[in-house]
Ligand binder design. Structure first.
Ligand SMILES: CC(C)(COP(=O)(O)OP(=O)(O)OC[C@H]1O[C@@H](n2cnc3c(N)ncnc32)[C@H](O)[C@@H]1OP(=O)(O)O)[C@@H](O)C(=O)NCCC(=O)NCCS
Length: 149
């Protein structure tokens, strides 16, 4: 099985939109994704492919000197293959290339698989954002210190 990661392009928008709706029940929206790819210099979006088929996505913003993960998913049938980690690794490479100091993200406190993935990459718990999500769930703010002084 060949797993690759490449930059997201306009042809990926329907995939990301449909999968976000399926997985999260909401999406950034096709127009926002279009604008992000075409016009936002800060945005870095990547798509994972398994044997050429779209399998996952990560979106990030480089808000120098820091960066943030906006969203991450792996399509259900491709989970547990290391793709989530690969997508995160790609963002971390971009961060290192841009001398980013801290990479941050928010994750539902109940999302134990994702939290495990982030902890495995070296992210630390930084704060709880109370009732951050629409259903009243708290978010855990996690930070990866990339060591640039
Ligand atoms: C979270 C998510 C992106 C992980 O993607 P993935 O490709 O399945 O994860 P990986 O195969 O790269 O696993 C990386 C690590 O995550 C953890 N993990 C992922 N899936 C796991 C599972 N089913 N059971 C236990 N741990 C799991 C493990 O620590 C794993 O490391 P290990 O294999 O060395 O034990 C994926 O489950 C997903 O898309 N979930 C729904 C959307 C979501 O929650 N996104 C995150 C929003 S903040």
């Amino acid at each position: 099985m060949g797993i690759t990661v490449r930059k997201m392009d306009l042809s990926d928008i329907p995939y990301v939109y449909q999968e976000e709706l399926k997985i999260f029940g909401k999406s950034l929206g096709e127009k926002t994704l279009y604008n992000e790819i075409m016009y936002n210099d800060m945005s870095r979006y990547f798509i994972a492919l398994v044997d050429g088929r779209r399998a996952g996505y990560v979106g990030s913003w480089l808000t120098l000197p820091n960066a943030e993960i906006l969203n991450l998913f792996v399509s259900e049938k491709y989970r547990g293959l290391g793709i989530g980690r690969l997508l995160m690794d790609e963002v971390i490479i971009v961060c290192n290339d841009n001398e980013i100091e801290n990479l941050t993200l928010e994750v539902r406190v109940s999302n134990l698989y994702a939290i495990k993935l982030y902890e495995g990459l070296g992210f630390k718990n930084a704060a709880i954002r109370k009732k951050y999500y629409e259903n009243g769930e708290d978010a855990l703010l996690m930070v990866l210190d990339l060591g640039v002084k």
